[in-house]
Each structure stands twice: as structure tokens, then as C-alpha cells.
Design a protein. Structure first.
Length: 63
């Protein structure tokens, strides 16, 4: 798959995912597991929802 998540997008996904996990741990809720999703997507570099919407936050050098 083509990468469609840029560097700043990855940072926000990491921060949001960690925040969701921490909130889940503090509240002792299983909902904190959802925080894994944005972290995995940041690691992979591809967001499946961006594909049909035509969104790409990667910056490519056109040489």
C-alpha cells in the first residue's frame, strides 16, 4: 500500500493513541484498547479511510 500519512499526522496519531490508552487505564475501561489503532496506523504509514477520500498528508519530493 502507498503511504498516505505524513510526519505531523503520525505525531498526532501517536499522541492521540497514547492519550486514549492512558485514559482507558485511569478509568479502568477496556475502551483504552482503541488507542492501539491510531498508533498502529502511524507505524504502518497508511490510513485506510484516507484512500477513498483521496487524502494524502505525505510530502513527496518531485524530482
Amino acid at each position: 500500500m502507498e503511504k498516505n500519512i505524513g510526519e505531523s499526522d503520525k505525531i498526532f496519531r501517536w499522541a492521540g493513541g497514547l492519550a486514549i490508552i492512558i485514559i482507558g487505564l485511569v478509568t479502568k475501561s477496556w475502551w483504552g484498547i482503541i488507542g492501539i489503532i491510531p498508533i498502529v496506523l502511524a507505524i504502518i504509514g497508511t490510513c485506510p479511510l484516507y484512500i477513498p477520500l483521496g487524502i494524502n498528508t505525505c510530502k513527496f519530493d518531485k524530482k
